[in-house]
Design a protein around this ligand. Structure first.
Ligand code: KG4
Ligand code: ZN
Length: 340
């Protein structure tokens, strides 16, 4: 993209991962993530604990990212950071750190929208991974997000559908809690789903108009179903766990694919790029691949380390904004509800 040597440090702290990454032009040199284990025992992210852990992690994580990249901070061209959306206490740590560092080094500061970053992660140079061309549809699915975005250009995006309550990853995690699985339960449900019968039990799909999603009703339906069955047979869960997981997964994937079908129909765009932790799911990956033959889609999934919350995606957006001379002022503030 450029013959200049541009080094950007990206910093991400919107939820429960403290992350830093160095990008040289379009290529990632380091991608360090400190995941906070503390939340596991609570079955979900505890905001106050998250911000405290970010404070402890941020200096070592940034140092490690620079060290792994073999880049001295004096060589940095700019510092990019997640401005939002996310948990305010968590965002404040990354924002304050990035502002001070850029000020101290006297280099530009670049604010990044976390949801745009999930999408633009597709533009990281990575061997074996093709980049989508514009326009494309981006579906971001994780523990915190469920969104379909029409992407006309790097910074010309429109949200065309999103969840009105829980995120899809939450549907996995809350179902897992009902079944007595650990947190986060997505990977375990996915593993068991592959061993079970997806049509063993039927859960009604929520009816939500247009391209929006709803997952809270599904969680309640699963809860009532399990309560009823366990009353009749106390061993119901352990005897049928794989089938239950397969049926839950089948329902969730059905919801996602139905909305993608509608989105491609409404927009006439057939390129689909997915991101977020749930994009690791084997069922969604298979359904997307099948869609290439069945519906003429072309699908893109980035390298796994760039789909979950990470700072490489913040660094790539920093790089793209740097090329546009799109810098932030020192008085910029974090924004918990920042929109695309
Ligand atoms: O992107 P991510 O690491 O963090 C945020 O939520 O931002 O996503 C984590 C979410 C959790 O809800 C986890 O249960 C889910 O992604 N997840 C999966 C799988 N791997 C992770 N859900 C379904 N199938 C998987 N294989
Ligand atoms: Zn995220």
């Amino acid at each position: 993209m450029s013959s200049q040597n541009i080094y950007i440090l990206g910093i991400e702290s919107s939820c429960d991962d403290t992350a830093a990454s160095v990008i040289h032009n379009g290529r990632i040199l380091s991608n360090v993530v400190a995941s906070q284990k503390i939340h596991e025992e609570y079955g979900g992210v505890v905001p106050e604990l998250a911000s405290r852990a970010h404070q402890q992690n941020i200096v070592p994580v940034v140092s490690q990212a620079l060290k792994q990249a073999g880049v001295d901070k004096s060589e940095l061209s700019a510092v990019a950071f997640t401005r939002g959306p996310g948990l305010m206490g968590s965002l404040l740590v990354g924002t304050s750190f990035a502002k001070s560092l850029a000020f101290g080094l006297n280099i530009p500061l670049i604010d990044v929208n976390h949801m745009q970053a999930h999408i633009l992660a597709h533009f990281i140079d990575e061997e074996g991974f093709e980049k989508p061309s514009f326009p494309f549809l981006a579906m971001t699915i994780s523990g915190g997000h469920t969104q379909i975005v029409k992407v006309a250009d790097y910074f010309d995006m429109a949200v065309i559908g999103e969840t009105i309550d829980d995120a899809v990853g939450e549907a996995y995690d809350k179902s897992g809690k009902i079944l007595g699985l650990g947190y986060p339960a997505g990977p375990e449900i996915d593993r068991r789903a592959q061993l079970g019968n997806p049509k063993a039990y039927t859960f009604t799909k929520p009816r939500v108009d247009g391209l929006n999603f709803s997952f809270s009703g599904l969680k309640t339906a699963i809860l009532y179903f399990i309560q009823r069955e366990v009353k009749a047979n106390p061993n119901f869960i352990s005897e049928n766990l794989n089938d239950i997981c397969a049926s839950i997964q089948y329902t969730i994937i059905g919801i996602l694919i139905d909305k993608l079908k509608l989105a491609t129909k409404k927009t006439g765009v057939n390129q689909i790029a997915i991101g977020g932790g749930v994009s690791a799911n084997s069922g969604i990956r298979k359904a997307l691949k099948d869609g290439e033959e069945k519906f003429g889609w072309k699908t893109y999934i980035p390298k796994f380390e760039f789909t979950t919350d990470n700072a490489a995606m913040i660094a790539i957006v920093g790089y793209l904004k740097y090329l546009n001379n799109d810098f932030s002022k020192q008085d910029i503030v974090a924004s918990a509800r920042l929109k695309i």
